[in-house]
Design a protein around this ligand. Structure first.
Ligand SMILES: Cc1cc2nc3c(=O)[nH]c(=O)nc-3n(C[C@H](O)[C@H](O)[C@H](O)COP(=O)(O)OP(=O)(O)OC[C@H]3O[C@@H](n4cnc5c(N)ncnc54)[C@H](O)[C@@H]3O)c2cc1C
Length: 254
């Protein structure tokens, strides 16, 4: 049975978040590389669209991994995570091993990036690790606004379109990685080039691999998007495991 230690409680307090024991309700393989994990947990962990939870996937030692909340069902006190499993790591091992009824320590809500209420259009650009966050965010956009999504996948069956509310215009462009290195921004750069940025105030969300996010930021700045209109977050880094607290290494390459 999971238990919450003092260090976890202290961390949650410092992060202005809640630490709680979550129970695994269901695990479902959605596609080649995507697994859906549903947890029953204190609804305080859910947060706004764009937020994530930090799950302790270590066995015998604390090792945290962050996963965006894909969907929340307050009436059932559940939240759903979409986890990419096309690599080897403790997070993937956890997802492969857990079963309904298992408990895990979680901290949430985490993350500061959410929808910009002033934006008449929203651009989402990233890889499979971002699909849960993008889907929940697109589904929370107010009618009359637009969503542009550029998504890079290895396997085409991993691609899933968010279901925006009626009145939200969605344009989805897929980029197939086709064997290129995960740090290669060429696929998403080409996808972005096919998307015309609509007039009016807009906001871009860039989540995914460290080098790719960095390259996409520069591309959008070149297209005239202000720094304040770009929210970006490196979720992981090619060739390097995330640290035990869940963040990727953000040091500059030597
Ligand atoms: C705020 C935040 C939200 C996130 N939300 C999600 C989410 O909703 N769904 C999700 O799947 N991930 C999400 N991530 C990314 C996820 O936390 C990391 O990918 C994490 O490193 C996976 O842990 P791991 O133990 O499986 O692999 P690690 O131990 O971190 O890495 C092991 C190896 O696998 C590689 N690797 C790590 N992640 C990936 C990947 N996604 N694709 C290909 N290779 C990889 C690394 O480069 C390394 O070589 C999020 C990260 C952050 C910071």
């Amino acid at each position: 049975m999971a238990s919450i230690d003092h260090a976890t409680l202290t961390l949650a307090e410092r992060l202005h978040a809640t630490a709680a024991i979550a129970t695994v309700v269901a695990i479902e393989t959605l596609s080649t590389s995507l697994v859906e994990v549903t947890l029953r947990v204190d609804p305080h962990l859910v947060g706004a669209p764009g937020s994530d939870v930090m799950v302790d996937v270590g066995r015998g030692r604390t090792l945290r991994r962050r996963y965006s909340v894909r969907r929340a069902d307050p009436s059932a006190s559940t939240l759903t995570l979409w986890v990419g499993v096309d690599h080897e790591g403790p997070g993937v091992a956890w997802v492969r091993d857990v079963a309904p009824g298992d408990e895990v320590v979680a901290i949430g809500p985490r993350g500061k990036i959410t929808l910009d209420p002033a934006a008449s259009w929203n651009l989402f650009c990233g890889d499979l690790s971002a699909l849960g966050a993008f889907s929940r965010m697109v589904e929370a956009i107010e009618p009359g606004r637009r969503a542009l999504v550029a998504l890079e996948v290895d396997a085409l069956d991993d691609a899933r379109s968010p279901a925006p509310p009626e009145g939200v215009d969605l344009r989805l462009v897929l980029a197939e990685r086709a064997g290129r290195a995960p740090s290669d921004p060429a696929g998403l750069s080409r996808a972005l080039a096919t998307l015309e940025l609509p007039p009016g105030p807009g906001h871009a969300f860039l989540f995914g691999e460290f080098h790719v996010v960095r390259a996409l930021r520069a591309l959008l700045a070149d297209r005239g998007l202000a720094e304040t209109a770009i929210s970006h977050k490196a979720y992981w880094r090619a060739g390097r495991a995330n640290a035990d607290h869940g963040e990727p290494d953000k040091s500059e390459p030597a």
